[in-house]
Design a protein. Structure first.
Length: 239
């Protein structure tokens, strides 16, 4: 699962501009940051346009014409890689409407027991503790995404929507959650975005677990649970 993520810099216009920047994104420059992205928020994704790559701001949670309520996006913010060709919601986007969802980390919650005695024994009640997961390199990365245009039947407003593709958790993530976003290696970026590529069997080979030894995590403030919390503190390690 991936229901929250962060992006310290989001003001890119093209894939090429993002690639030029991303190797130095670990500095202290935050430009149009989104510290706590949540479903239904508008986020930048990279697509292949008519004249090259472009960044578009889309609402998180892919919707189809049969979705009558924008809040149904809370059910479709993730797409299981194993069912992309089976579920009507994902089938068409998987063939020709694929995007890169850029991030510098994502958040997951782990249920733990509070330590309540002098020796730190876990004897207290269970609590969910948030963790930030990122690459050890601290680079921004691209998650596999799908997108689709949707018209709100109540207002007639047309918007673009997207979902993040997930896969089974790797060994690093398993203690936290049984799912994780598909993080694409650099060499797969353009192939995943290519609208002309419709070999779904080949595309499915790109939807792999990211290497465990290239990831790290740390605990963060519980304030991250509030979608209104947009502060650099969201990215800081809890001491």
């Amino acid at each position: 699962m991936c229901g929250r993520y962060s992006l310290k810099r989001s003001d890119f216009a093209t894939y090429e501009e993002w690639m030029t920047y991303r190797k130095s994104q670990y500095d202290d420059v935050h430009s149009n940051p989104i510290y706590n992205a949540a479903p239904t928020m508008k986020m930048p994704v990279i697509v292949e346009g008519d004249s090259g790559t472009e960044v578009r701001w889309m609402k998180w949670g892919l919707l189809q014409p049969w979705n009558k309520d924008k809040n149904e996006a809370f059910k479709t913010f993730n797409a299981k890689s194993e069912t992309l060709e089976e579920k009507p919601t994902w089938k068409k986007p998987f063939k020709s409407q694929r995007c890169l969802v850029i991030a510098d980390g994502f958040f997951e919650w782990k249920t733990e027991r509070e330590s309540s005695d002098l020796f730190g024994e876990a004897t207290g009640k269970p609590v969910k503790k948030p963790y930030r997961i990122r690459l050890k390199s601290k680079d921004q990365f691209a998650m596999a995404g799908l997108y689709n245009e949707w018209m709100d039947p109540a207002t007639g407003e047309i918007s673009e929507t997207f979902s993040i593709v997930t896969t089974e958790a790797n060994e690093f993530m398993k203690p936290i959650h049984d799912r994780m976003p598909v993080i694409l290696p650099d060499e797969a970026h353009r192939l995943w975005m290519d609208k002309r590529e419709n070999d779904t069997e080949m595309l499915k080979t790109l939807l792999k677990q990211f290497p465990s030894d290239q990831m790290e995590l740390f605990g963060v403030t519980p304030k991250i649970g509030n979608v209104k919390f947009q502060d650099p503190e969201a990215l800081e390690e809890m001491k």
